[in-house]
Ligand binder design. Structure first.
Ligand code: NCD
Length: 302
């Protein structure tokens, strides 16, 4: 794998850190790791000299496990730190945590934090590779990258995609990264959801021609980040923006980053149906995360 020679970024805080060439290198490296993950023996010694800290100040199930598995498949040493974000504020305490980690000779940090901008803050303070695993309502770049990689793996080509991004755009860091990624690669998308939870500045095209979509990307209603007055009730949300609004949903590929609010943004019939890629996203995500960790981990000492 010579890809790391051309891969330029030393961090993944935002989709802005990657240009098109970096994205292609990341995807071709992910393909290699996907092959490895399908072997009976899934572990390779690539990063056995590297120690990675996963510092999660906000709840996470699949993202944290996915990163940890990816790191272990690459033979990195892994330390995990979880804290309830409500007891830790950005500033001194986050800085203290990372200064301690640095002194213990951590080589790479994966961070999730409820404050937007915290991943960048950690990078500025440490100057070691940092991967943003979700910061507030800002970005979650590995999720957006793995979602598009999943679509490619399922045979979609950029030029044939028309994604309906549906839901709570304003509070969704997945949307923050996905929109940047799709804009960068010229992928067609349409945004649908209540007006009160849109990021107007990022909306490129709104066409209401339902039949032209081939993928529905459902976003979770972010109850923990929501000023709930923006949406009258979850039942009403389901009525107007849930699965029922699509009469031809059996034609469309269904995606969701998880966790799903079943019966709110997505009904089980679709989430568990034959056109759902939701578990494929989870599976393919490990290979994508191995690739980004590998490419950034190679920069140690460089
Ligand atoms: C996302 C997150 O935490 O930002 N989930 C995830 O990482 N799998 C999306 C969400 O919480 O809605």
């Amino acid at each position: 794998m010579d890809n790391q020679i051309q891969f330029k970024p030393g961090r993944l805080i935002s989709i802005d850190d990657l240009d098109k060439e970096d994205i292609l290198i990341l995807y071709s490296t992910s393909l290699e790791f996907e092959k490895i993950l399908n072997r009976p023996f899934k572990k390779i010694p690539a990063l056995k000299e590297i120690t990675i800290a996963n510092i999660f100040f906000e709840d996470s199930t699949r993202t944290r496990i996915s990163f940890e598995l990816a790191e272990k498949r690459l033979s990195a040493d892994v330390v995990n730190f979880s804290a309830n974000s409500s007891s830790i504020k950005k500033g001194e305490s986050l800085n203290d945590t990372i200064q301690n980690l640095l002194r213990m000779k951590i080589d790479l940090i994966v961070i999730r934090h409820k404050v937007s901008g915290s991943a960048n803050y950690v990078y500025e303070k440490t100057r070691i590779p940092v991967i943003n695993a979700g910061d507030g309502n800002n970005e979650h770049p590995t999720q957006a990258l793995l979602d598009l990689f999943t679509l490619w793996q399922k045979g979609f080509k950029n030029e044939n995609l028309h994604i309906l991004l549906k839901g709570d755009i304003l509070y969704s860091r997945v949307a923050g990264s996905a929109i940047k990624l799709w804009n960068k690669l010229g992928i067609k998308y349409t945004i649908e959801g209540p007006n009160t939870v849109q990021r107007k500045s990022q909306i490129r095209s709104i066409t209401k021609k339902q039949n032209s979509f081939n993928v529905i990307y459902n976003l979770r209603i972010q109850k923990e980040r929501q000023d709930l007055e923006l949406i009258p009730s979850l039942e009403e949300y389901n009525e107007f923006f849930g699965s029922k609004v699509f009469t031809d949903f059996d034609q469309m590929t269904i995606m969701h980053p998880g966790p799903i609010n079943r019966g709110v943004e997505l009904d089980s019939e679709l989430a568990d149906g034959p056109k759902s890629l939701i578990l494929d996203q989870v599976e393919i995500g490990v290979a994508l995360r191995m690739a980004i960790i590998y490419l950034l981990g190679q920069k140690k000492g460089g």
